[in-house]
Design a protein around this ligand. Structure first.
Ligand code: C2E
Ligand code: CA
Ligand code: CA
Length: 632
């Protein structure tokens, strides 16, 4: 039956009036058709509404001064009253906004409307009578204001909510300064890119999401510019900064903005966020990948973009980047592990020759674990004094007498046994631990040489020869350190010979010449080690204050009775003599090598044929024994 509801005023027999709701119910099937009218006394309800209205009027008056807008939602009638201030604070005129709930909700920001409905709905269904919520609402000019909504639910006597009312405060200004602070905390000041902290945050989100949607892959790209330090040092920080800004732009261009892409379509391949981790290191989070190859394709695109030269302050700058990729297929729990693996892959790319990318895989995983293990072990070795020094005689070829010892470091590893430099030198250099190791080596070799000089007198070796890696010789205070080590051992400088490899000289001619000059001024002897492997020319060696050249054992290996390659060794020896340098042949293992070297006039011999490297006590036994013979 059709029903309609009207509010009427009824009269009592005594003439007083009271409000009623009249409902008209048509009964068309009755004969004749009837309309039933039901009256409902709403005196009390009216009184309550009146008092509420009055309360609200007071509230509204108070609020007007406080700049708030007022709203009042009659739930039964589904009508909302918006105060003039409610409208004007959003730029609307009185007539712009009707009185339907839709007039309100249709203006709420699409991203916020669901949550607002939930909050209001919860209050309405008896959750909590008071609520406070922040959301964005559209102004008349189309922009959005952040508003703070406060509400209270009023129920009728049966406990059913009959109306909601409350205020609306514009909090945009606060929000903006909050946003700015938040932006500053999460972005890099130079490039405006998200910083490490924001990146890690997004990465954590991605890992969590990936656990639910295991079919979707995502990847982390770790980028490091290949020659940034050189550019920064040679052209200055201003250019360096500009370069970083330009690179950021190119990276941003190679990867669509994470925000835009993720809103458009979660499945879009290669939507990503570029961030600057610090210095010349960047990281990219690539989302929604179908296959790991998608990440490689993005890496290629980036490398192509960065290849184009940059013009900065009249300089044409070429830059390239090494990229490490770690793909997450639901197999990571922690953001830092994923980033670390991308970093490991980046190092791999660098070691493969830069300007390329490498993908982290199980092999690299093993290597990374291994590396960590070695690094820890090496720290412990330095603390617990696990290094030992071995000594190999350098024999004068004409007399067969012991001229000196070369000190060769060994590591007495608790699990792995006695290790050679080949096993740990690289990692020592990469971790920088080589400096402490070298300091120990110097101290130990000089202490031993001092002891030999005391014990053996005339029979003592003339000097001890210590190897210096390129990392060590490049250290700014290396000369001072060597001086200090000599003082501590109470030795003359000529009791020390330093061996540096030919490649060191080829790579850094200028700075090395200076360091070697200062060492020579101290009185330290200098040898050029591994000669023949670094492609330097002998005439060029003339410019360095060295006095001895050690022919690399790979040349010595080729020496034989009628070998054409003999001529190379012979030529080296002849030229060295012409330049006033003595020559040592390393790795002499056979009698025939020895015989050939003798005819060539080589000065000194080292090799298994005479004596292998020995621990110090066995080396001491050789002193005072006169001429050494092969296999002694
Ligand atoms: P190196 O300076 O060229 O040392 C010669 C290497 O040849 C030594 O290897 C030595 O044991 C080995 N050797 C000696 N005689 C023969 C032979 O007849 N045949 C063959 N095949 N090899 C022979 P080791 O002791 O394993 O040292 C390797 C490298 O590690 C050294 O090459 C040197 O560059 C570096 N090194 C050793 N000790 C130190 C150190 O205290 N500090 C630094 N920075 N480097 C060191
Ligand atoms: Ca050496
Ligand atoms: Ca050598």
């Amino acid at each position: 039956p059709a029903e309609s509801l009207t509010e009427l005023s009824a009269q009592r027999p005594d003439g007083s009036r009271f409000p009623v709701w009249a409902s008209f119910n048509a009964l068309p099937d009755a004969d004749p058709p009837l309309t039933a009218i039901l009256f409902h006394d709403i005196t009390e309800q009216k009184a309550r509404e009146e008092s509420l209205r009055q309360r609200e009027e007071r509230y509204e008056l108070a609020m007007r001064g406080a700049n708030d807008g007022i709203w009042d939602w009659d739930i039964r009638a589904s009508r909302v009253f918006f105060s003039p201030r409610w409208k004007s604070m959003l730029g609307y005129e009185e007539g712009d906004i009707g009185s339907a709930p839709q007039d309100w909700f249709s203006r709420v920001h699409p991203d916020d409307v669901r949550e607002l409905r939930r909050v209001v709905g919860k209050a309405h269904s008896g959750g909590s009578p008071n609520f406070v919520h922040e959301y964005r609402i559209r102004r008349k000019d189309g922009t959005y204001a952040w508003v703070l909504l406060r509400g209270v639910v009023v129920s009728d006597e049966s406990g059913k909510p009959s109306r909601m009312a409350g205020s609306q405060t514009d909090v945009s200004a606060q929000k903006h300064s909050e946003d700015r602070l938040q932006h500053e905390a999460l972005h890099d000041a130079l490039t405006g890119l998200p910083n490490r902290s924001m990146f890690m945050d997004r990465l954590k989100h991605a890992i969590r999401r990936n656990r639910r949607h295991t079919d979707q892959l995502f990847a982390v790209l770790f980028l490091d510019l290949d020659r940034f330090k050189v550019i920064n040092d040679s052209l200055g920080h201003l250019i360096g900064d500009q370069l970083l800004i330009e690179v950021s732009e190119r990276l941003r261009g190679s990867v669509r903005s994470y925000d835009v892409a993720s809103r458009v379509n979660d499945n879009h391949p290669s939507s990503g966020m570029v961030s600057r981790l610090g210095g010349d290191e960047f990281a990219i989070l690539l989302d929604g990948l179908r296959r790991p190859e998608d990440a490689a394709r993005v890496a290629e695109r980036i490398q192509q973009r960065l290849q184009e030269p940059l013009r900065l302050a009249n300089n044409e700058i070429y830059t390239s980047t090494s990229i490490g990729i770690a793909v997450c297929k639901g197999d990571y729990d922690r953001a830092d592990e994923l980033l670390r693996d991308a970093d490991t892959a980046m190092y791999r790319a660098k070691s493969l020759g830069k300007a390329r990318y490498a993908i982290f895989d199980d092999t690299l995983h093993g290597q990374a674990l291994n590396r960590l293990q070695w690094e820890g072990d090496l720290h412990r070795a330095l603390e617990r004094d696990e290094f030992v020094m071995y000594y190999q005689p350098i024999v004068a070829l004409d007399t067969g007498t012991l001229n000196a010892f070369e000190s060769l470091i060994r590591w007495q590893h608790p699990d792995k046994g006695l290790l050679s430099p080949a096993d740990f030198m690289k990692i020592a250099e990469e971790t920088g631990l080589v400096a402490r190791m070298g300091w120990w080596a110097f101290g130990e070799a000089l202490r031993q040489q001092g002891a030999w000089l005391k014990q053996a007198g005339e029979a003592a070796p003339r000097y001890v020869s210590v190897n210096l890696s390129s990392k060590e010789i490049m250290h700014p205070s290396i000369v001072a350190q060597i001086e200090e080590a000599l003082t501590q051992a109470n030795l003359d400088a000529n009791a020390l010979n330093i061996e540096i490899t030919e490649t060191v000289i080829v790579d850094n001619p200028q700075s090395i010449a200076d360091t070697l000059g200062r060492l020579r001024d101290l009185g330290v002897r200098l040898s050029l080690d591994d000669f023949g492997t670094g492609y330097s020319s002998l005439s060029y060696l003339h410019e360095f204050p060295i006095e001895n050249v050690k022919i690399d054992r790979h040349f010595v290996r080729d020496i034989g009775p009628d070998n054409k390659k003999n001529e190379i060794a012979a030529a080296i020896i002849r030229l060295c003599h012409n330049l006033g340098l003595t020559v040592t042949a390393e790795g002499v293992e056979t009698h025939s090598q020895l015989a050939c070297l003798r005819t060539m006039g080589c000065d000194y011999i080292q090799g298994y044929l005479f004596v292998p490297p020995l621990p110090s006590d066995e080396a001491s036994d050789l002193l005072g024994r006169g001429a050494l013979t092969p296999e002694s």
